[in-house]
Design a protein around this ligand. Structure first.
Ligand code: FAD
Length: 292
């Protein structure tokens, strides 16, 4: 069964995002963390594509190793940046050879910069359309933005674009990180009001350090409530990154419990390729009766 089908079959689940290391020297350390996280038995792992400058070959290698050696089902990210029909066919065929049959179709950052947009694939919707028509056995997911995509003039416009991807064949959504659960539930309601009932999996970022939080927020354009950011800064001032980890653990545990209580299909955790925080979170949520 592919990921798109299995998320509709199981009860509330958790899944992880990994990003392939850019340098091969970082590979052993990455695999050690991935193995620890695989032992928690996530429903699937997603593997980023081109993010942070990692190569497409690294993405394929990571997808193949996690699938074949660790037995994790994979959702492979794929972006429009530099994409052609040939490159998409090649990537998806090689994924299928590795036993991977789900993709997260994305616009990709930098797709509209000069030199990156010569092909007909400019938006995630173009990719959904193409993969859906060419590979009917591949499950397709797309990204959604509970606090709006930075390119969108309004949230309503953003939701219209999102629904276009769903109408072209996307089977589920993974959201950008957010910290206020009300934004997620409001987003799901608004997409539902447009007549779409595909599962929307909330993406959750456990805060692990002040530096990584700042870096990620500046890259992804998501928003963070002022009092939460002040709380992180205060924790850092009082106890450095160890205190931030503790603060981040408590916040993520409450956030995920709130989402699960609200009836989400599952949660997708942005691991930042680190194991300890996720091990602690999943252990603690399981002992509270979640993910039974
Ligand atoms: P799209 O759906 O194409 O569009 C994004 C926004 O552009 C829309 O929300 C809308 O505001 C606007 N838009 C869309 N269509 C139109 C139109 N016709 N006219 C005007 N405006 C329009 N990036 C990577 O490079 N690699 C990754 O692996 C990666 N993984 C990600 C995983 C998740 C879960 C998320 C949320 C993001 C990820 N990103 C990744 C970042 C993503 O590529 C960027 O956010 C990108 O800017 C938008 O991608 P998208 O698929 O949402 O694009």
């Amino acid at each position: 069964m592919n990921v798109a089908s299995s998320i509709k079959e199981v009860g509330q689940f958790f899944s992880f995002e990994f990003f392939p290391p850019k340098e091969k020297q970082a590979w052993d350390n990455f695999m050690e963390k991935a193995e620890r996280l695989a032992d928690l038995r996530p429903l699937f792992a997603s593997v980023t594509y081109g993010a942070g400058g990692s190569s497409h070959e690294n993405s394929l290698d990571v997808c193949e190793t996690l699938k074949k050696e660790m037995g994790i089902d994979i959702l492979a990210h794929l972006t429009c940046v530099g994409a052609s029909e040939h490159s998409i066919d090649d990537f998806v065929s090689r994924l299928k050879d590795a036993g991977v049959s789900d993709i997260l179709a994305l616009g990709g950052d930098g797709r509209c910069e000069e030199g990156n947009n010569e092909s007909r694939f400019l938006r995630a919707a173009d990719l959904v359309d193409y993969v859906e028509s060419k590979f009917s056995d591949v499950g397709i997911a797309v990204a959604g933005y509970p606090s709006g995509h930075p390119d969108s003039p309004t949230i309503a416009q953003d939701i219209n674009y999102h629904c276009d991807k769903l109408s072209k064949g996307a089977e589920f959504t993974i959201t950008q990180l957010f910290f206020d659960n009300r934004q997620y539930f409001d987003y799901v309601d608004r997409v539902g009001d447009m007549g779409f009932d595909q599962p929307v999996i909330p993406g959750v970022l456990p805060i692990q350090s002040l530096g990584s939080l700042r870096r990620i927020m500046s890259l992804c354009g998501a928003s963070i409530p002022g009092d939460l950011y002040c709380g992180v800064e205060k924790a850092f001032k009082n106890g450095g990154d160890e205190a931030v980890m503790e603060f981040g653990f408590n916040f993520a545990q409450n956030q995920i419990a709130g989402l699960l209580k609200g009836g989400v299909p599952g949660v997708h955790i942005y691991t930042l390729n680190r194991a300890a925080m996720c091990e602690r979170l999943i252990g603690s949520l399981k002992s509270d009766g979640y993910f039974a």
